[in-house]
Design a binder for this molecule. Structure first.
Ligand SMILES: [Zn+2]
Ligand SMILES: [Zn+2]
Length: 430
């Protein structure tokens, strides 16, 4: 029976393999890694909150600039066609592709804005004399929103579109694109300098922790959101972030299977149907993703062809086959390649969003190339299916709990004691 403080200070559950282990004090620049699967548990940062606040403020200012100004313009047949960040989604909507328009607006405008506003509210709130009680909840959303904020992917998609546009007309980069590049650098800076644990510790130190007396239990549970480890029953609200504590993500396997099946079914039309039609001087054929890669090869744009090939064909296939393999092996309780599978999951989770390059490229082209007889770009029916595959595979990876792979293996095999609930190994890497 747990007595006294139910919170186990200095303990941490690895989110990738489920091993509980002790966290040492970290000097700036040090990283604590899981002793079983190698996942990074925490990185030591200097002046984390102040530097992250500076980055977030810079990002928000530049983002406001980017929303106001033109981001690219094209000059052809004596006319200038200008586009801002909203032109592409608006044109897609006019051409009956409101689903893609919505996905672009959410990932390019809504999510980055929310991410910045929430982060700024928390970091500024912590500096105020009376921090609002809502701060822990708000900070809990920052990490969840991050994968859906895709400014860096949009910039790469714009670069591909820019290179393709050069073959059609005189194209100029606008101030919004430069501002957006600044936003991306600030966001990467904020990601690098922000120590999430330091924020949670500060929130706790400012008296925002409200422990509701949990029924006494020996069960040790780690919060998926704020990483607090404590004695509490499953389903009890986390005393730090307020999220319900769960031993594992709820109905993880069934939700992952459902999302993955839908993505696999849509992968077929996404590749069979054209995603884009470029009409120049009255003629032009619709092209599928694969034909787009071949066109880039024919135009001697090798690096671009490779980029689109990797992002639009290889990554979705890796996600579908990799996730299917992981789900099958988990269902059968396999203990083979556990560390490799965990690394594969981390890779799938990290690269999934980059498949949006083609969708963003299409958005930029549709926004700028509507020059009537001279050149027009139209979205194809495959584009909606392709965007759905990207979103569904991201959701499937988010629904999957990689700790289940270790649970399933431990249920049928001896993992040499490494699945013990507490007291794992921890290495600090300089
Ligand atoms: Zn681990
Ligand atoms: Zn929590």
């Amino acid at each position: 029976m747990a007595e006294g403080d139910p919170i186990l200070r200095g303990e941490r559950e690895c989110q990738d393999c489920g091993l509980f282990q002790n966290m040492p004090a970290l000097a700036p620049g040090d990283a604590a890694c899981c002793g079983r699967c190698g996942a990074t548990l925490r990185r030591g940062r200097k002046d984390s909150l102040t530097r992250a606040l500076a980055c977030a403020m810079g990002a928000l200012l530049l983002f406001l600039v980017a929303l106001q100004l033109p981001f690219m313009d094209v000059r052809a047949v004596g006319r200038t066609y200008e586009a801002n960040l909203f032109t592409g989604p608006s044109m897609l909507d006019q051409r009956g592709m409101w689903e893609i328009s919505l996905v672009v607006l959410v990932t390019l405008v809504l999510m980055p804005a929310l991410q910045l506003l929430l982060l700024l509210t928390v970091l500024l709130g912590l500096r105020s004399k009376y921090p609002p009680r809502l701060l822990p909840r708000l900070f809990g959303y920052v990490e969840r929103i991050r994968p859906w904020s895709m400014i860096e992917v949009f910039l790469l998609g714009s670069f591909v579109a820019y290179t393709r546009l050069q073959a059609i007309a005189d194209v100029q980069v606008g101030p919004a694109l430069l501002a957006l590049a600044g936003v991306m650098l600030c966001l990467v800076g904020a990601d690098v300098v922000l120590d999430h644990d330091a924020v949670w510790e500060e929130l706790e130190a400012r008296g925002l922790l409200h422990m509701r007396a949990a029924p006494a239990t020996d069960r040790v549970i780690g919060c998926d959101c704020c990483r607090l480890v404590l004695h509490a029953p499953s389903g009890w609200p986390c005393p730090r972030c307020g999220r319900k504590l769960r031993q594992r993500k709820r109905q993880s396997l069934i939700r992952s299977w459902a999302l993955l099946s839908a993505a696999t079914a849509l992968y077929v039309p996404a590749n069979l149907y054209p995603i884009i039609t470029v009409i120049r001087f009255g003629s032009g054929e619709p092209s599928t993703i694969w034909q787009g890669v071949v066109e880039l090869v024919d135009a001697q744009m090798w690096p671009l062809a490779l980029l689109v090939f990797l992002a639009s064909l290889t990554v979705p296939l890796l996600k579908l086959t990799g996730m299917t393999g992981m789900l099958l092996m988990t269902s059968y309780g396999s203990s083979a390649w556990l560390q490799q599978r965990t690394r594969l999951f981390r890779l799938i989770d990290a690269v999934g969003r980059w498949s949006m390059i083609d969708v963003f490229m299409l958005t930029v082209l549709v926004a700028l190339v509507h020059m009537g007889f001279v050149a027009t770009v139209l979205p194809g029916p495959g584009a909606g299916a392709f965007a759905s595959v990207v979103v569904l595979t991201m959701l499937a990876a988010g629904a999957f709990d990689p700790r289940l792979m270790w649970d399933a293996a431990a249920a049928g095999h001896d993992l040499s004691g490494v699945s013990a609930p507490t007291g794992g190994v921890l290495s600090a890497v300089a």
